[in-house]
Ligand binder design. Structure first.
Ligand code: ADP
Ligand code: MG
Length: 283
């Protein structure tokens, strides 16, 4: 049996629209696959994993990272790799990687306790944004318009469970033109991009942002390519914010990107390109 005859593992727990579409595309191409439910899969001595490779769509970051590391340990190539998950799963680590590569990130500050941030925020400048380093869908991302809001939010952050919530990652608030950009970059190539527009300060689709097609200009394309180069070879959803002068900043990089909004507006076959990329990397 050649490795091509082995099934592809698809790591997931909840099957949302994205996963349904990817599984349907694999079916359509008659690519054999096994759905590995990350909640019940057992790893360890005596547990062999005979797969052609794996596509990971687990929604929970920690479980995603561990499942991927465990499969890689068993010799399975996973898209995205644990190295990408490790960086992109943490917004601060992503920023460090991008800044080290000389890319335009949003001016930031970090303290390792919430109370450490309060006395220096006035100097940093309001409005500012504080957000969990691990998280998504805009959850718990807070805009701080001044000292009173900062004091309240930081006190609440301090009461959140888990040591990671003490890490206090602050960004300058970018006065966006009512929209943000999400670009889908696969293997370094920009496959498509959308704007998400909203009157809210959090313009992401999960918060009601309306998707529309974005045709990247040269500056944006260069930034996307360089971002992917810094992060690694994989399927990436790159969040870019523009300020009122038109300057671009990379906000974060999603390692297991959602694309339901993009499917509504993009002409490109995002799902097909996603599967093409995975198959090209797993051999
Ligand atoms: N520094 C910022 N300035 C302006 N808007 C921001 C800033 N950071 C986040 N936002 C808004 O909040 C949304 C959620 O923040 P984000 O960092 O993308 O986290 P996630 O998508 O993982 O929840 C973004 O899509 C954007 O609309
Ligand atoms: Mg985001």
């Amino acid at each position: 049996m050649s490795v091509d005859d082995l099934p592809l593992a698809v790591l997931a727990s909840r099957i949302r629209l994205e996963e349904k579409q990817l599984l349907a595309e694999l079916d359509r191409r008659r690519v054999p696959f096994t759905l590995l439910d990350t909640r019940t899969t057992v790893f360890g001595s005596g547990h062999d994993f005979r797969f052609r490779g794996a596509l990971t769509r687990e929604i929970g970051h920690t479980r995603n990272l561990y499942a991927t590391r465990l499969l890689e340990h068993a010799g399975v190539t996973v898209v995205n790799s644990s190295a990408i998950l490790d960086t992109c799963g943490d917004k601060l680590f992503t920023t460090l990687k991008l800044e080290a590569a000389g890319l335009p990130v949003i001016r930031w500050m970090a303290t390792l306790t919430p109370e450490g941030a309060l006395p220096v925020l006035a100097d940093f400048g309001y409005p500012a944004v504080v957000k969990p380093v691990v998280g998504s869908w805009g959850r718990l991302a807070s805009r701080l318009d001044g000292h009173d809001a900062a004091e309240a939010v930081l006190e609440h952050r301090d009461a959140l469970p888990g040591p990671v919530n003490k890490i206090t990652y602050v960004q300058e608030y970018i006065d966006k033109p009512g929209r943000e950009i999400k670009a889908y970059v696969m293997g370094g190539e920009t496959v498509g991009a959308i704007y998400k527009s909203s009157d809210e300060w959090r313009t992401n689709t999960k918060r009601g942002g309306i998707p529309s097609v974005c045709t990247p200009d040269d500056d944006l394309l260069k930034l996307l390519t360089a971002t992917a180069e810094a992060i690694g070879d994989g399927v990436l959803g790159i969040d870019v914010l523009e300020d009122r002068s038109g300057a671009y900043y990379v906000n974060e990089v999603n390692h297991t990107p959602e694309f339901h909004g993009a499917l509504d507006v993009l002409e490109v076959d995002l799902v097909g390109r996603y599967v093409d990329h995975v198959l090209s990397r797993v051999g």
